[in-house]
Design a protein around this ligand. Structure first.
Ligand code: KIV
Length: 274
């Protein structure tokens, strides 16, 4: 791949694509050092950073704030900014203006939005405005209230057919990649085989063209219930608590700081005359 991963690189990728979320300069630097292809500044920040129970309260200004911190690190990975709830639902003009702010103010390479047939006009408007779009189908978290909770989607033949049709229609509208979230792996496989653009799965099984996970989940830094699709590759949350407990203990018992962690005053060059 090129120095900075582009839409063309994603479309021509020969090996499974890797996308990881990041929300600030630290997470962006870690994700880029791990050589992920894409960094998603996801509206999952509403849950993992802000502590909300879903993503609906995240605003465009907040995504821009976090995306700026990510792009400031000049990662090799392509940076995708998530369009939050209500930033692409009202009108085509407002959608272009909002996505344009993510590109212009935060410097993202592309945007992601959720939904299928009901978002096609917005997708075309963005593509007309030269903004690459990543789609997102299946368990689209911004639909949590409409779905009646975070539930696996596309389980029946009819429901699977709707998602398949939406995937094809989004591809026709011009998206360059499609996130499939929490759908049966058989459906994800069928969709992946039917599309020319890559699918990026999360809870969608092993047959997608790539995978995405949330930074904090991957590193074992999430509190509370973890969905079945999450695999934690480290236990950094517990390690962080242990490290901070050790610091507390050493401060309370006078072990830290020693003189090795302290500064000395300058020694006078001429001895004082008595
Ligand atoms: O917001 C997000 O992080 C996402 C991914 C989980 C796909 O949409």
């Amino acid at each position: 791949m090129n120095e900075h991963v582009t839409v063309t690189d994603v479309l021509q990728a020969r090996q499974p694509l890797v996308m990881i979320t990041a929300y600030d300069q630290l997470s962006a630097r870690i994700v880029d050092a791990a050589e992920a292809d894409m960094i998603l500044v996801g509206d999952s920040l509403g849950m993992v950073i802000q502590g909300h129970t879903n993503t609906l309260q995240v605003t465009l200004d907040e995504v821009i704030y976090h995306a700026k911190a990510v792009t400031r690190t000049k990662p090799k990975a392509m940076v995708i900014g998530d369009l939050p709830y209500l930033s692409y639902h009202v009108s085509r003009a407002e959608t272009v203006r909002n996505a344009g702010r993510l590109v212009q103010e935060a410097g993202v390479d592309a945007v992601k939005l959720e939904g299928g047939r009901n978002r096609l006009t917005m997708v075309s408007s963005l593509i007309d405005a030269e903004i690459p779009v990543m789609g997102h189908l299946g368990l689209t978290p911004q639909s949590v209230n409409a779905f009646g909770g975070f539930k696996v989607q596309g389980k029946t033949k009819e429901a699977g057919k709707v998602i398949m049709e939406d995937a094809l229609r989004l591809q026709d509208a011009g998206i360059f990649a499609l996130v499939l979230e929490c759908v049966p792996s058989e459906l994800a496989q069928e969709i992946t085989q039917s599309l020319d653009i890559p699918t990026i799965g999360i809870g969608a099984g092993p047959y997608c063209a790539g995978q995405v996970l949330v930074f904090h989940d991957l590193l074992g830094m999430s509190f509370g219930h973890q969905p079945k699709f999450v695999k934690a590759y480290a236990d950094l949350g517990s390690q962080a608590v242990q490290a901070l407990q050790q610091f507390r203990h050493e401060v309370q018992t006078g072990v830290f700081p020693t003189l090795a962690h302290s500064y000395a005053a300058k020694k006078p060059r001429i001895k004082a005359v008595e």
